[in-house]
Design a protein around this ligand. Structure first.
Ligand SMILES: C=C(OP(=O)(O)O)C(=O)O
Length: 513
């Protein structure tokens, strides 16, 4: 009632405001602005309203620009700047080792590494940018749907198009947070309708093998999870101390080893057996005083070992090997069970080939550890739903560069959480200094976070951002800890009426009184 009176008492002004809105292609909050002007008893309602509108209207996207940068492997990737009146917001796209739909490499696939991402850049600058101008960056779902629709129409949605979409989606999300004046993690939580912000347990990669290192180890990552820490900062301390001790242990045991590191900063000692790697890690945990509080994870990525004969070749990096390390799925299953009994292993990722659901399912049913799907699920909602139905696994390694957009990432996590799964936010082995995924992990209360070793700036960019977030949250900060596998979202109770963003009339009234 009050608002109707206010609107009619200023109908001339409202008409002028409508013209103002039309001229500037704005469509929002006329009534709120009129009410604010009336409350402030503005002497010059039209200019006052224009001012209110200027401040209350969303900081729409005014410019979108892409460029080529280089990732941690020296491979070209794409970075996008999205501009609003609130500033310029930037995001860069990571890439995985495995050849997947969302790889950033778009040109001359025969070249390794690819020489350019110019196709993705052209798609952002010429295909995606025009329809984004004037759009509200807080409307993440609408923006993600729009950019996917545009590229579906133009037939560019794969290859370079996929990385173009992701870069824009991430940068828009940052712009949306700035428009709302909230930290990125909070904006992401709001997009997911979650109010529980949780600092994840880091799964630090301390030994690299597989395709991430030049040694003979078949398993791609050996990680440590400080589940017994009481905060993320203390988990960071335990992780780094263990990492440093591990170098000493490797040097003592293999004095001639150069102690080089793999793609994600984990050590890459010249060893070939998983047990040898695990013994080194257990010794380092012990020396750092973390026994019982620091657990171990494996990210096997077993598709790399799977041969045409449908066996797993643990010596797959040796060409024309003697075949003695070839294992059946059943052999591998027995090994996992034995390893989980002998070592403090709490999580195994992609334990079997991505087509070997039966064995993955068998390990899941054995309930010896968290069974995580990474390549198995590709952060794809439909595949996750099928895996939930088929009980293939009970954990999701979610990657923005697999999901494709911020909205798709949220949907993937929601599907996993609704099934009671553990969720681990993961990086790419090719990374940049963009720390988006740190905020993502907190906003989505993922509980687990895997961004490589506590070493190398592209990895530390993420871990250091988590330290800052924990500091900012202060006594509201919750660390995933021992519950890392079971952190549900908490949905805010629905408001009794649709929330209307406040018009900041008090702030600007003095200029007009
Ligand atoms: C970084 C990872 O893999 P990718 O090489 O696919 O990015 C990972 O699985 O942690």
């Amino acid at each position: 009632m009050a608002s109707r009176e206010a609107t009619s008492s200023t109908s001339t002004a409202a008409l002028t405001v409508q013209e103002y809105l039309d001229k500037h292609q704005l469509s929002l909050r006329i009534e709120e602005a009129v009410n604010a002007a009336v409350r402030a008893r503005a002497e010059e309602p039209v200019s006052y309203l224009a001012d209110v509108l200027r401040r209350a209207a969303p900081a729409v996207i005014t410019k979108v620009r892409a460029r080529q940068i280089y990732d941690s492997r020296g491979v070209p990737t794409i970075e996008v700047d999205v501009q609003t009146r609130k500033g310029s917001f930037r995001a860069a796209v990571p890439s995985g080792e495995a050849t997947r739909g969302h790889d950033t490499s778009d040109e001359d696939a025969s070249k390794s590494p690819p020489s350019s991402v110019s196709q993705a850049i052209a798609i952002v600058n010429t295909v995606l940018a025009p329809p984004l101008i004037g759009k509200d960056p807080t409307k993440q779902v609408e923006i993600d749907q729009l950019i996917c629709r545009v590229l579906e129409k133009s037939g560019d949605k794969t290859g370079g198009g996929a990385s173009a979409i992701l870069a824009v989606s991430l940068a828009v999300c940052r712009a949306g947070a700035a428009e709302k004046g909230v930290p990125l993690y909070q904006h992401i939580a709001e997009l997911a309708a979650n109010i529980r912000l949780v600092l994840p347990v880091p799964a630090f990669t301390v030994i690299n093998g597989g395709r991430h290192a030049g040694n003979k180890l078949a398993c791609q990552d050996f990680t440590i999870l400080p589940v017994g820490a009481d905060s993320f900062a203390s988990a960071m301390r335990m992780g780094t101390e263990t990492y440093h001790q591990l170098r000493t242990v490797i040097k003592e045991k293999y004095p001639a080893d150069p102690c080089s590191i793999g793609d994600e900063g984990g050590y890459a000692p010249s060893i070939s057996s998983g047990r040898e790697a695990l013994d080194l890690i257990v010794a380092a945990i012990d020396r750092a005083g973390g026994t019982g509080r620091v657990k171990i994870g494996l990210d096997v990525v077993a598709s790399n070992l799977f041969t045409e004969a449908k066996v797993y070749d643990l010596d797959y990096k040796t060409p024309n090997n003697d075949g003695k390390q070839k294992k059946t799925g059943a052999d591998l299953m027995t090994s996992y069970k034995e390893l989980c009994a002998a070592y403090p292993i709490v999580s195994v990722g992609d334990p079997f080939d991505r087509t070997d659901w039966e064995n993955t399912k068998g390990l899941n049913a054995a309930d010896v550890c968290q069974v995580v799907g990474d390549e198995l699920l590709e952060s794809n909602v439909k595949t996750i739903a099928a895996a939930v139905q088929g009980k293939w696994c009970n954990g999701l390694l979610v990657k923005v560069h697999d999901a494709g957009t911020v909205s798709a990432t949220i949907d993937a996590v929601r599907t996993a959480k609704e099934a009671g799964w553990g969720v681990m936010v993961g990086h790419g082995s090719g990374e940049t200094d963009d720390a988006f995924i740190a905020d993502l992990a907190v906003g989505l209360a993922a509980g687990q976070f895997k961004a490589g070793a506590p070493c190398q700036s592209e990895r530390l960019a993420k871990y250091n951002q988590l330290l800052r977030i924990e500091e900012q949250l202060g006594d509201k900060a919750i660390y995933g800890g021992e519950d890392f596998r079971h952190i549900p979202w908490v949905t805010p109770s629905p408001p009794s009426r649709p929330a209307i963003p406040p018009v900041p009339y008090r702030e600007i009234a003095p200029n007009h009184s």
